[in-house]
Design a protein around this ligand. Structure first.
Ligand SMILES: NC(=O)c1ccc[n+]([C@@H]2O[C@H](COP(=O)([O-])OP(=O)(O)OC[C@H]3O[C@@H](n4cnc5c(N)ncnc54)[C@H](OP(=O)(O)O)[C@@H]3O)[C@@H](O)[C@H]2O)c1
Length: 276
């Protein structure tokens, strides 16, 4: 039995679908079962990673845990509770910034989170994805309403990864032997700039979209509407090509799943309705 946390999110919703389709026994965790959308037949359980005591009922028979960091979790207590309940293996989503940018707030935080998993007393696997293709959803409202995207670093390429590929890797790691005590860096297949991403969304929608370049300072102010100031500083810096070290293209998705990573345009095709 696998417990999938973040089961309603970008990665988790695909992981739940993939595991359910292959007949693997799983439980999907959410804070609100009345709102959670999961494939029929999948067992949904309620729990809050910030309140580890709420998880006690969900561990029954669980051998493997897919753990998504949410920013409000008590990871140490969650993992203690899991180990005491007999969970043997934990697969955690970290960030490739832990490797490329360990001194940054996000990279440093990711490294700390990894250490908690490594110290958990269970077998562990750490997934380190690069920037998600789904971050383009941050542009969805402006695209729908105004046909425009305003962001910095329009010509800075980044090998964004489709969360579906992270889910595919997680599925392998959770259901096959031999992935214990491994760290897997994950990127998409090619570097693609924000300007190219907007062009790709326009192609799929059949609309002419406008790309408006912001300065790093303008981008920081815009991002503060969606995220904490510290994160906005880092993302704005990265978006404008300043702080983020290029991770290169990693072959892990293909090595582990046997197929090439999905392109940004494939992700857009799957999520076109969000931009209409
Ligand atoms: N975006 C990027 O570019 C990027 C890059 C590298 C790493 N990451 C990492 O990827 C993760 C985000 O993955 P994602 O995009 O798949 O997530 P997401 O779509 O933002 O979904 C968040 C999930 O977390 C659950 N959740 C939130 N707070 C919770 C709590 N207190 N207790 C239990 N569940 C809770 C939500 O479930 P309910 O609402 O149903 O409870 C939801 O399923 C983060 O850890 C982030 O650091 C992101």
């Amino acid at each position: 039995m696998i417990l999938v946390t973040g089961a309603t999110g970008n990665i988790g919703s695909v992981l739940v679908r993939q595991l359910a389709e292959s007949g693997v026994a799983l439980r999907a965790l959410t804070r609100d079962a009345t709102r959670a959308v999961v494939p029929s037949g999948v067992e949904v359980v309620e729990g809050d990673l910030g309140r580890p005591e709420s998880l006690r009922p969900v561990w029954e028979g669980v051998e493997s845990l897919f753990l998504l960091r949410t920013g409000n979790e008590d990871a140490e207590a969650v993992l203690r509770s899991a180990r005491q309940a007999g969970v043997e293996h934990v697969v955690m989503v970290s960030s490739l910034l832990a490797e490329t940018h360990p001194g940054s707030p996000i990279g440093g935080g990711a490294l700390q989170g990894e250490q908690v998993v490594r110290d958990s007393g269970m077998s562990w696997t750490i997934l380190r994805p690069w920037e998600f293709a789904s971050n383009a959803l941050w542009w969805a409202w402006e695209i729908r309403e105004h046909g425009v995207v305003r962001t910095a670093g329009g010509d800075v390429g980044s090998p964004v990864i489709d969360p579906a590929d992270i889910a595919s890797v997680a599925g392998r790691v959770l259901t096959e032997r031999g992935h214990g005590e491994r760290i897997y860096p994950l990127t998409g297949p090619v570097e693609i700039t924000p300007r190219e991403r907007v062009r790709s969304i326009g192609r799929v929608l059949g609309r002419d979209l406008v790309f408006e370049e912001l300065t790093a300072e303008e981008e920081r102010e815009r991002l503060k509407q969606f995220m904490p100031e510290e994160a906005a500083d880092l993302v704005a810096d990265a978006d404008s090509g300043g702080g983020q070290q290029d991770p290169g293209i990693r072959t892990t998705v293909e090595d582990l799943t046997g197929g090439p990573p999905r392109t940004f345009e494939q992700w857009v095709n799957d999520h076109a309705d969000s931009f209409r």
